[in-house]
Design a protein around this ligand. Structure first.
Ligand code: WT7
Length: 647
């Protein structure tokens, strides 16, 4: 790429290494990644590093043959890592299990044997609906050892959401658990899975991990307890890792978009693994002495990349935890960091804001001196939370690695890099792009926006970790990510670049909410609401929240024959919880007589937003010019009253 220019101002912050790496990665892309890919074990090296002959379907390491499970486990057996810890796991009740690389290798081989006996072949899909227990990474590794494709469905999603995902990718095998622990109570996971499984014709076998031990129905011939089938496999079972093309699919992970049902983001093997490896190494450089704790559930991309593939490929020891931060008390995390000697903490701004609320006395009860690095992900970290994190957790000594990325990007994209060259930090900015990442801020017309002006964040060149496509929907892939500007990846985020070249991420520019860092499509919520018999129309908006960043608020119009009541509101909340899942629970359901619309029938979202933020209706002429000013004013007043009543 000849137009490559350094995206940061070197006069202010000289950054030799980062500058060199970045420039080389952009100007000599293939040479650069060929060199980096040597960190991975290949059965056969690639013929071409980047095939860009059919944009936007970029293919990385074409002709290369590898197995990701081999890279995560087998290759460490030849090194001193063999008997060192891959995972330290703590359950919510306080039970602890540890796995050396060798031990997890054994478990994975046994489970792979079972999956093979159950008929799983290369390319078949396995749906995983598990809580954060060691069997979750074990399942992913056993699946990919055989060349299977996993799709993990976060265990907080509903039966309907699970069934939709299983059916979309036509999974053959489902792995779940009898239940999980949450704040001392049992969440009946198998019960939910069974409701989904009533409508999933492709599923042949279900493996059930016994976690909570209560009686559950097991369907003869279909359902098998994990511990029972594992007991029948030889302890030294060995299943050869399936040789896979680098470009074959590794996993599908569903994520919310601006329209309809969630999209099945498809990642490939080779490019993703190279990206996972280097982003973690550059970002946090975990070494043999570290205990790395990424607090994300493996149900999300952060857990896929930074609780499974990246740390295992690097030979890192990871800590994983089943429970919630405030159970049994508000110092659970700090108590665990102290007890296990955790050295790197990678978490979300929502968690930090929650701890700020709990108060720093909970933190100060514990010795956190083992920590050497802190990280943040999922949403922009507000300077206040950044400073608290820095002062109270980091004792004003530890850098905060604020990583901007997305499900689609596979790994970090814009972030300070403690493992390459640390740049001066600015609270709230994710700083500079990683090598291989070429971001720019565009205005509406697709021109580079002036410095310090808000625009749309785009990525101008392909990078190894990028999604390959959307599962069985290449057209939607093209449209969603490359439809706005040709050959330019559209992130859906607002950003500004400051005079030092630092990027500041300013939230979603589309109809996607970030609730506690989780991505929720407003259109998805709206279509579930109108699927309820009482609702004729719905509009969902994000409302600012001091802890979760934002929360969904739904405006609904009832069908004739229904009258507003608290009971009906509760029913609608329940409806969302059971169709999408508790993470999408609306903060409020505002029942209105009509929604503000333009004459062409478009809902005036900006007016709804103005109501939510309590903004005066000042210049409504810019709000919408197609509807009458009087109408808008009247609707605004009505909505405002409803909102006030609600609070
Ligand atoms: C969206 C992607 C990244 C993995 C977890 C979320 C927002 C993410 C940051 C950050 C500002 C951030 C963006 C992005 N986001 N990290 N450090 N600073 N915003 O993955 O669910 O695919 O969401 O999360 O809006 O587009 P995701």
């Amino acid at each position: 790429m000849s137009e490559a220019s350094l995206p940061f101002n070197e006069k202010i912050f000289p950054r030799k290494l980062l500058k060199e790496e970045w420039e080389r990665s952009i100007k000599k892309t293939e040479e650069y990644w060929a060199e980096k890919a040597k960190a991975i074990s290949w059965f056969k090296t690639w013929d071409k590093v980047l095939d860009d002959s059919n944009p936007p379907f970029y293919r990385w390491f074409v002709g290369g043959i590898l197995n990701i499970c081999y890279n995560a486990l087998d290759r460490h057996l030849e090194t001193p890592r063999k008997h060192q810890l891959a995972y330290i796991w703590e359950g919510e009740p306080g039970d602890v299990r540890t796995f050396t690389y060798y031990q997890i290798y054994r478990e994975v081989n046994k489970l792979a044997q079972i999956l093979k006996d159950f008929g799983l072949k290369k390319g078949d899909r396995v749906a995983v609906y598990l809580p954060m227990i060691p069997e979750l990474p074990i399942t992913l590794l056993a699946t990919t050892r055989l060349g299977g494709i996993h799709t993990v469905v976060f265990s907080g999603f509903s039966a309907e959401a699970l069934a939709d995902r299983i059916n979309d990718c036509q999974a053959k095998i489902v792995i779940t658990a009898d239940g999980s622990y949450r704040r001392g109570k049992i969440v009946p996971l198998k019960e939910t899975a069974d409701r989904a499984l009533a409508n999933t014709p492709t599923v042949e076998k279900v493996i059930v991990v016994k976690r909570t031990g209560q009686q559950i129905p097991m369907k003869e011939g279909r359902d098998h307890y994990y511990h029972e089938v594992m007991a029948k496999v030889a302890p030294n079972a060995y299943v050869p890792p399936e040789p896979m093309e680098a470009t074959e699919p590794l996993f599908i992970l569903y994520t919310s978009g601006t329209t309809g049902k969630p999209k099945g983001v498809q990642h490939g093997i080779g490019g993703y693994l190279v990206w996972a490896y280097w982003t973690l190494k550059w970002g946090f450089s975990p070494n043999e002495e570290d205990i790395w704790w990424c607090t994300a559930d493996i149900g999300w991309i952060t857990g896929h990349t930074y609780n499974v593939y990246a740390p295992l490929a690097l030979g890192t020891t990871s800590f994983i935890f089943e429970g919630t931060p405030d159970y049994p008390a508000c110092d659970r995390w700090w108590e665990m960091i102290e007890r296990h000697g955790i050295t790197i903490l990678y978490t979300t701004p929502t968690a930090i804001r929650m701890f700020m609320r709990f108060g720093e006395e909970w933190v100060n009860k514990h010795d956190l001196s083992t920590l050497r690095l802190l990280g943040s992900v999922g949403e922009a970290i507000n300077p206040e939370a950044w400073k608290w994190y820095y002062r109270v957790i980091g004792k004003e000594k530890l850098p905060i690695i604020d990583t901007w990325w997305q499900t689609e990007t596979g790994g970090f994209m814009i972030s300070p890099l403690a493992g390459l060259e640390l740049v001066p930090l600015k609270p709230g900015s994710a700083t500079n792009p990683l090598p291989g990442v070429y971001p720019e801020v565009y205005n509406e017309k697709g021109e580079i926006a002036p410095i310090s002006t808000r625009g749309f964040l785009v990525i101008k060149a392909p990078w190894p970790g990028m999604l390959e496509t959307l599962w069985k929907d290449p057209e939607r892939y093209k449209q969603t990510y490359f439809g706005r500007w040709p050959n330019t990846y559209y992130t859906g985020d607002y950003a500004v670049k400051d005079p030092d070249g630092y990027f500041w991420l300013l939230g979603r520019a589309d109809e996607v909410l970030k609730v506690a860092g989780h991505r929720i499509g407003t259109v998805e919520l709206e279509s579930e609401l109108v699927s309820h018999p009482a609702v004729s129309e719905a509009a969902v908006m994000g409302k600012e929240d001091p802890v979760k960043g934002e929360v969904p608020v739904a405006f609904v119009v009832l069908r004739s024959g229904y009258t507003p009541s608290e009971e009906l509101r509760q029913q609608l909340v329940q409806h969302i919880r059971s169709t999408i899942g508790p993470i999408a629970t609306p903060e409020a359901i505002v029942i209105v007589n009509k929604l503000p619309k333009t004459r062409s029938g478009k809902i005036m979202r900006r007016l709804l937003k103005a109501v939510l933020v309590g903004a005066a209706l000042g210049d409504i002429s810019t709000l919408e010019d197609e509807a009458s000013v009087e109408d808008i004013k009247a609707t605004y007043e009505e909505l405002r009253k409803q909102i006030e009543k609600k609070q």
